[in-house]
Design a binder for this molecule. Structure first.
Ligand code: ZN
Length: 89
């Protein structure tokens, strides 16, 4: 499924374009990124502007520091974050 369900969630698998949109979201300092549920265990160093930031893949989110995965994202995370920010200024 690559379209939002009734709760506004988009389940993996995602297209490469969707993965790129999620990567842009995670890299933006103006939004809160998805982070690992286990990031408080001391094994999740700061990367960019937070620690334990999840990485999007076509199969879903993965944590580079543990085996945590997540298979959904909010529909609004697939919009162009940079374009959104222009309207927020
Ligand atoms: Zn983790």
């Amino acid at each position: 499924m690559t379209t939002p369900n009734e709760r506004g969630l988009v389940l993996a698998p995602w297209s490469m374009e969707q993965v790129q949109a999620l990567a842009n979201w995670q890299a933006s300092p103006q939004v809160h990124p998805f982070t690992c549920r286990n990031r408080g265990n001391g094994q999740h160093p700061v990367e960019g502007h937070d620690h334990g930031i999840l990485r999007p893949t076509p199969k879903g989110w993965v944590c580079p520091h543990c085996d945590y995965t997540q298979d959904w994202a909010h529909d609004f995370m697939f919009t162009d974050v940079l374009l959104q920010n222009k309207f927020h200024v």
